[in-house]
Design a protein around this ligand. Structure first.
Ligand SMILES: Nc1ncnc2c1ncn2[C@@H]1O[C@H](COP(=O)(O)OP(=O)(O)OP(=O)(O)O)[C@@H](O)[C@H]1O
Ligand SMILES: [Mg+2]
Length: 695
């Protein structure tokens, strides 16, 4: 039992980095840009799967936690080397191939939407120049003749000009159209990007999920399912975010920035230098604030995980908490976690403000500098009012894409571990592979031989240590032994979920390593010790064994398992075959028989039953015995059970395991007469039964 005052194990993971952007929920490349728009303001996608914010999981690592190596993922390991990370970037780019049409449209729209805000300062130069010229014509400032006036894109102090000469109305139209287009295309771009996002996310998650299904059992040994779920749900999303947040948008921003610089250089290289003079300082400050934002987001994730963990423990452990009067201690722990979470959220606001305010300061300083330098040196730099206004407008507009590039870089660093974790998982090969040219046996007969099999889950552990036995076609053999003696392991070895370290397992004369998985797993069926159920109808749970089975076949299998009459009796299972399997419904015993029906649906030639009578009452035990007598009469059946009376009733032969080997072998009567381990196990059960009856 867990100590109700102890924090969960999940609570103290130090090296946690967020999967997403440095700003929670923000997408660096897709903040609406534009003059006057504070680049530091947090805009973008809402939090959610694959987004930057925690998605409401209680306990466990937060979405985006950096986990390292093994089934659990990249958990605080060494940083991903640059070259390796680059390899992952290249591999990720290949994912774009099937979406190249959409991506091309997205890039094109991105270029237009990012460039459009520059149209405003570019056309306001000629607009203001025309206005100024018309206003000064009569010396009274009247603008009456403005609609008939026209002006060039760029005018120079020597009277020359460049670019088209357009009417005032035309310049105004270009400006207005650019503003409207920028919003409309911005929306279209968001829609196209959303298509790319979800398609990429679905593709990569599917790959990871399907790959996970192909891995061998040993990969899952010791893996925390929470961490594995994290890898599929969140970390896989890192690959999508790498592409859609850290590569494509900054690429677009960089192209537009270069184009803007070329435009400015064309006007005046001296003024271009003046407008860029503060950039290194701005870069440093924005990087610093970006790092702080990232660290704070990380803190928010850790603290909200703690808070969730505390709450979960209070709720799940409420009876123990009340029994042990631990309420006060729990309350203190909750307060501590709650305070930290609230404080971190508050600090986030502070750093967001710092980001937006510092950007505004640099925008203001750079603009003022451009204005002062421009006015002071207009003649020597070849500037007119027209081009000075272009500079004054371009400087703040350039801040938006520049900051998005910085954000994308920060984001890239936090996403790379998730990307690496995803590719490491995809690169993990199943440890148990089918032979390239496996033997397919159409009809397995069921002769099983274990020859000197040695197996252990760890280096120092020998679960089976030279195990040898054979089972003839049609025999019903029981495997008995103390708990942990390796009985379930034998089934997993036979089905090649595991491979022996030494020795071989032979089915109908073929080493199981030579047989195809289909031969093995379609004709050898196992009722697991802990059967798995989908949260779906009883019918679909049975059908799991054979997707093409008709309803009639499902019902036939249930009849074979002696559970059909129970399922169709509304007094026992209300909705019959449509009843959704849940924790309580059907009952434990009913579930076991449904799982047995699932095994029988495949009509296997070899039936492996691991504790088939667990949770069963006397009547149900009789039903299972009947299955073995009827279905398995001419087929091979291996039963593992601690239920000695059941074994005595059904087994032709009993194999007793001890020390990883066969300790005794024979019929029930023979083994009892022998007076060895079997007799001890049998008599121990009688003692248990008597003790149970006494209670
Ligand atoms: N995936 C695993 N990783 C590490 N050890 C394992 C694993 N599965 C089983 N073991 C260990 O191997 C030993 C044999 O396990 P196994 O499940 O085969 O025993 P069993 O005879 O079926 O026991 P029981 O009667 O309790 O079901 C046990 O000590 C168990 O703890
Ligand atoms: Mg077992």
């Amino acid at each position: 039992m867990t100590d109700p005052t102890k924090p969960s194990d999940d609570g103290d993971e130090a090296p946690v980095a967020m999967a997403g952007t440095p700003l929670p929920g923000a997408r660096p490349g897709r903040r609406p840009g534009g003059a006057g728009m504070p680049p530091g303001s947090v805009m973008g996608r809402p939090a959610g799967p694959g987004g930057g914010l925690p998605v409401g999981r209680v306990g466990g690592p937060p979405p985006g936690a950096v986990l390292v190596g093994g089934p659990g993922g990249r958990r605080g390991g060494p940083p991903v080397p640059r070259k390796v990370a680059w390899g992952y970037v290249v591999r990720s780019l290949a994912l774009l191939r099937p979406l190249r049409g959409l991506v091309a449209v997205s890039i094109l729209l991105g270029l237009i939407v990012t460039a459009l805000p520059f149209v405003t300062p570019a056309v306001w130069g000629p607009i203001i120049e025309i206005l100024g010229r018309v206003a000064s014509q009569d010396g009274l400032g009247s603008l009456q003749g403005v609609w008939g006036a026209s002006g060039p894109r760029i005018s120079r102090p020597d009277g020359t000009s460049s670019g088209p000469v357009l009417s005032f109305a035309m310049w105004l139209t270009i400006w207005a159209v650019s503003l409207v287009l920028s919003q409309v295309l911005g929306f279209v771009r968001a829609w196209v990007d959303a298509q790319v996002d979800w398609k990429l996310l679905t593709e990569i998650r599917q790959r990871v999920h399907d790959h996970l299904q192909s891995l061998s059992l040993d990969f899952f040994t010791g893996a925390r399912s929470g961490a594995l779920m994290q890898r599929v749900q969140v970390e896989a999303g890192g690959v999508q975010k790498l592409l859609t947040d850290c590569i494509i948008p900054p690429g677009i921003d960089a192209i537009v920035l270069v184009a803007a610089l070329v435009y400015l250089l064309n006007l005046s290289w001296q003024m271009t230098i003046a407008s860029l003079i503060l950039s290194p300082f701005a870069f440093l400050v924005l990087r610093l604030v970006g790092n702080k934002l990232q660290a704070t987001t990380r803190q928010i994730m850790i603290s909200s995980r703690h808070l969730g963990g505390e709450l979960e423990e209070t709720i799940t452990g409420i009876s123990d908490i009340q029994v042990f009067h631990a309420e006060q201690r729990r309350s203190e722990r909750f307060e501590e976690a709650s305070k930290a979470a609230a404080k971190n959220s508050a600090m986030m606001v502070v750093w967001l403000q710092a980001s937006s305010r510092s950007t505004q300061i640099f925008v203001a300083l750079s603009t003022a500098l451009v204005l002062i330098v421009g006015v002071a040196f207009s003649t020597s730099f070849g500037l007119t009012l027209n081009s000075l206004i272009v500079f004054v407008g371009f400087v703040p507009t350039m801040f938006a894409p520049a900051q998005r590039i910085i954000d994308a870089y920060t984001s890239y660093n936090s996403i790379v571990p998730n990307v690496a974790s995803t590719y490491e998982l995809l690169d993990t090969k199943p440890s148990i592979l089918e032979r390239p040219d496996p033997v397919k046996v159409d009809e397995v007969r069921g002769n099983i031989v274990f020859e000197d099999v040695v197996f252990g889950y760890g280096e120092r552990q020998k679960v089976l240590d030279g195990l040898s036995f054979s089972i003839r076609e049609g025999e019903t053999v029981a495997l008995v032994g103390q708990i942990g003696s390796g009985k379930s392991t034998i089934f997993n070895l036979l089905l090649r979920f595991l491979d022996p370290e030494h020795g071989r397992i032979v089915l109908d004369g073929h080493d199981t390593k030579d047989l195809s998985f289909d031969t093995l797993r379609e004709q050898v069926s196992k009722l697991s010790q802990f059967p798995f159920f989908l949260k779906d109808s009883i019918r679909e749970n049975v059908r799991l064994a054979r997707q093409d089975a008709t309803d009639a076949e499902v019902e036939e299998a249930c009849e074979l398992a002696h559970i059909h009459s129970v399922i169709v009796d509304p007094a026992k299972i209300e909705n019959g075959y449509d009843t959704v399997v849940d924790v309580q419904v059907p009952s434990g015993g009913q579930k076991r028989l449904i799982a047995l029906a699932r095994c029988l649906l495949r009509k296997p030639e070899v039936l492996l039953l691991d504790e088939p009578t667990e949770n069963l009452d006397g009547d149900q035990r009789v039903r299972v015995s009947q299955v073995i007598r009827e279905y398995a009469r001419e087929r091979t059946c291996v039963v593992i059970s601690h239920d000695m009376d059941f074994i005595a009733a059904v087994a032709d032969r009993i194999i007793v395991l001890a020390g990883g080997r066969v300790a005794e072998e024979g019929s029930h009567q023979e083994l009892l007469a022998r007076g060895g381990l079997y007799k001890k196990l049998y008599e121990a059960q009688d003692v248990d039964d008597t003790a149970g009856a006494d209670k």
